[in-house]
Design a protein around this ligand. Structure first.
Ligand code: MG7
Ligand code: MG
Length: 316
């Protein structure tokens, strides 16, 4: 009887979810957020998937000691054995193309051409010399300290609930995997889709296909893949990112899906606020933790345990 009552305990309210009532947690449409949470909770973990950006989403935008956090490409560029011209040329490309990437006025279609050029030239630059990947591991080991607070707990919950996790990065996959591995969160339910180094005859030969750049970073590039097969029936999706383009990562999933988009905003808060509010369902201002996504999953897990006490909680 008690169980039945709990199960019908009714609609969850935003005001009863402390993580969503923090002053830095902003929502354009709290009713919509509330509705999606209730869909998630009713559907249970088996309908959920989790999609996250890596750079400055899994890693922090700001660390306590204010030490800069390198991006996944940055970790590669910091490797000591790279040819001297590499860093110079790579910086030149960055200074040419980065302003285009974030230009608020240029239309996306026009940007795409430039981004393809950037990633292509970067791949060419990373070609024709020997490179030992353990160097990436060495640099990456310093950046496991830069993961958002409670990232371990988040990934442990996702594993416990067997929710597939896609870490989607237009950066360098080798660095992403290395950081996740060294932080012990590269669990079997975690898949990294990104740009990985390619070798030919023992020397570096750019990146493997398909190229993942800022504007094709969405589930359409997964079409027909093994991962797509795994997740295409999971229509309850949490998407997390720190850039506006990250909100599109779930494009390509069926239109009937329920998607909760969480955006981490840190730089130029005032100038960016309106766009972030219009793009993400939840905007977290200078939040260097995983507490909000964890709170959502905790609600899903609680209701799931009430329904299936024998499945998820062997101890009780
Ligand atoms: N980004 C894209 N490319 C490069 C590169 O070759 N070097 C460096 N340092 N950064 C690059 O995490 C993805 C982000 O990395 C940047 C080809 C872009 O700004 C992209 O959004
Ligand atoms: Mg990012």
């Amino acid at each position: 009887m008690g169980k039945e009552q709990d199960e019908n305990a009714g609609y969850l309210r935003i005001q009863d979810i402390p993580a969503l009532n923090q002053s830095h947690c902003k929502m354009r449409d709290p009713e919509r957020v509330e509705k999606i949470i209730n869909e998630f909770v009713c559907g249970g973990p088996e309908r959920m998937q989790f999609v996250s950006d890596f750079d400055y989403t899994i890693t922090k935008q700001r660390t306590e000691d204010n030490l800069p956090v390198l991006s996944s490409f940055g970790i590669f560029n910091a490797c000591k054995s790279l040819p001297t011209y590499f860093k110079e040329e790579s910086d030149k490309l960055f200074h040419k193309y980065r302003p285009i990437e974030i230009d608020p006025h240029m239309p996306i279609e026009e940007k795409v051409q430039h981004m393809i050029e950037w990633w292509t030239q970067s791949a060419k630059l990373a070609s024709g010399f020997a490179f030992d990947e353990t160097e990436i591991e060495h640099t990456a080991s310093k950046f496991k300290r830069a993961l958002r607070d409670h990232t371990h707990e988040l990934f442990a919950t996702l594993l416990r609930l067997q929710i597939p996790v896609l870490v989607f990065s237009a950066g360098l996959g080798n660095s992403v995997v290395s950081v996740l591995q060294q932080a012990n969160i590269m669990h079997p339910n975690v898949k990294v889709v990104s740009n990985f180094l390619q070798y030919r005859n023992g020397v570096l030969d750019g990146f493997q296909q398909p190229m993942i750049h800022t504007f094709n970073k969405n589930e359409t590039v997964l079409d027909g893949s093994e991962y797509y097969e795994l997740v295409h029936t999971r229509d309850h999706i949490i998407v997390m990112g720190d850039s506006l383009g990250d909100a599109d990562m779930a494009n390509g999933v069926p239109a009937s899906s329920h998607i909760m988009k969480i955006g981490f905003l840190f730089d130029h808060v005032e100038a960016n606020m309106e766009k972030y509010m219009n793009t993400f369902d939840i905007v977290l201002v200078d939040d260097q933790t995983m507490d909000v996504p964890r709170a959502l999953l905790a609600l899903v897990e609680q209701r799931h345990q009430l329904r299936h006490p024998h499945v998820t909680n062997g101890a009780s």
